[in-house]
Write a protein that binds this ligand. Structure first.
Ligand SMILES: Cc1cc2nc3c(=O)[nH]c(=O)nc-3n(C[C@H](O)[C@H](O)[C@H](O)COP(=O)(O)OP(=O)(O)OC[C@H]3O[C@@H](n4cnc5c(N)ncnc54)[C@H](O)[C@@H]3O)c2cc1C
Length: 393
């Protein structure tokens, strides 16, 4: 009699860039041979659709509809032969190979191999009332207590809040919006928001509050190009740190300003569930992984994208690394299930970064080479659409 070994369970948590790539790959493999994957695969995601961050500023500026920037995860799971579970991950007990989720009810899931691609939360520690600014999250975490500030993440919540801002701006004589942050995401948001609000009323104004280190990770040529674009859009730049926002008043180190709404794009910290997990966590709440994207404490757990941090070298938290690291991680998950050799993710020394400037204009950076123009925006659109429409081909 033939003895069948039971199929292993591969649990994918989160529908970030890496897991989208994994689902597409499984779906292509299944088309060729439905029996290729020797595991039961499940995907846990908060939402049946995921918003693609790279096109979010384009949606805000009015270049795209919501459906243009959304990926249908549930359908992708069906095509990939993966069970879709609409739940939110709240706990990972790696010692017992179990995760806990919430949704319509609290549920436990067992796994043989776990892959984490749940992204990260917006870092709100700049708010004055955050109790311990050194601790990325405390048990009595109050970083979300100031509900007046709109965090860019989760994107699904932000979408609704942005629609409300537009509605309020339509009935206002002079609407003032502040965006807090100094990275590429904050810059894209500020220009997209200015285009959208000025299309409603020329009196509306967007303010960038960026502290002293605007675009610190980019070369000075790129920074100068960005500053010229901010100037072209008549965006007010406050080079001070924001400290608080309540009752319509934004406080910075030296000022207090009347502001209708504040959006925070202030970097990322680990999600709430990372506080109580037994996985090894690094820095501001990221799952510590090696060059194979494998947890350094639990070898049957893998993590990729913003949820993870490499312990052997610095790799920025970005969509680009989630996509490229995710491709290697997908190979490694399948290799791990088959007990075969895993690969190392070696990020390229230069990555192409394309920053949209609100009105179908973009600036690009590739190492020390900088470019700009309408054609750069069209190049960005082409690359973004290729990513989002990969399933439609
Ligand atoms: C406005 C903006 C523009 C950006 N532009 C670029 C760009 O042009 N290029 C670039 O490289 N980077 C860009 N970034 C950064 C980029 O968005 C992130 O680095 C990237 O999204 C990280 O991808 P990820 O795969 O880790 O997870 P994410 O894309 O964050 O996805 C995580 C997924 O997991 C789900 N999830 C989260 N928590 C849970 C949970 N507890 N349970 C179940 N599911 C969960 C979420 O709903 C989401 O679907 C931008 C960021 C912003 C805010």
């Amino acid at each position: 009699m033939t003895k069948f070994s039971p199929k292993k369970t591969l649990l994918l948590a989160g529908a970030g860039h890496a897991h989208i790539g994994m689902l597409r790959r499984l779906s292509a493999a299944r088309l060729k041979n439905p029996d290729t994957i020797e595991a039961d695969i499940h995907l846990i995601s908060e939402q049946p659709q995921t918003i693609y961050s790279g096109m979010l500023p384009g949606w805000m500026a009015g270049h795209y509809q919501l459906h243009d920037i959304s990926i249908d995860i549930k359908s992708l799971c069906v095509r990939a032969g993966v069970r879709f579970i609409q739940q939110s991950l709240v706990q990972v007990n790696a010692a017992s190979n179990k995760v806990v989720t919430t949704g319509d009810k609290q549920t436990d899931f067992d796994y043989d191999v776990l892959s984490l691609n749940t992204g990260a939360d917006t870092d709100m520690r700049w708010l004055r009332d955050h109790k311990d600014q050194n601790d990325y999250r405390s048990d009595s975490d109050d970083s979300d207590a100031n509900t007046d500030v709109i965090a860019i993440r989760p994107l699904s919540t932000f979408i609704t809040q942005w629609q409300r801002i537009l509605k309020d701006a339509q009935s206002s004589e002079k609407y003032q919006l502040a965006i807090i942050g100094a990275g590429a995401a904050a810059i894209e948001l500020v220009m997209a928001a200015q285009v959208a609000l000025r299309n409603i009323n020329r009196n509306h104004q967007v303010i960038l509050v960026c502290g002293e280190n605007l675009l610190s990770g980019f070369n000075s040529g790129f920074r100068q190009r960005v500053i010229k674009q901010l100037d072209r859009h008549d965006i007010t730049i406050i080079r001070e740190r924001a400290t608080d926002y309540r009752d319509g008043e934004l406080s910075t180190t030296n000022k207090s300003l009347p502001i209708n709404a504040v959006i925070a794009a202030t970097g990322v910290i680990g999600s709430a569930w990372t506080v109580s997990t037994d996985l090894e966590i690094e820095g501001d709440g990221f799952v510590a992984v090696n060059d194979k994207q494998q947890s350094v404490s639990h070898p049957n757990v893998f993590a990729v994208g913003d949820v993870a941090t490499r312990i052997d070298k610095y790799v920025a938290h970005s969509g680009v690394h989630s996509v490229h690291g995710g491709a290697i991680e997908a190979d490694n998950l399948l290799a791990y299930l088959k007990d075969s050799i895993m690969e190392s993710y070696q990020p390229k020394s230069r990555t192409l970064y394309l920053l949209s400037c609100g009105d179908k204009y973009a600036i690009g950076s590739w190492g020390n080479v900088n470019l700009q123009g309408r054609w750069v925006w069209h190049l960005k659109k082409y690359i973004d659409k290729r990513f989002i429409e990969a399933d439609k081909n």
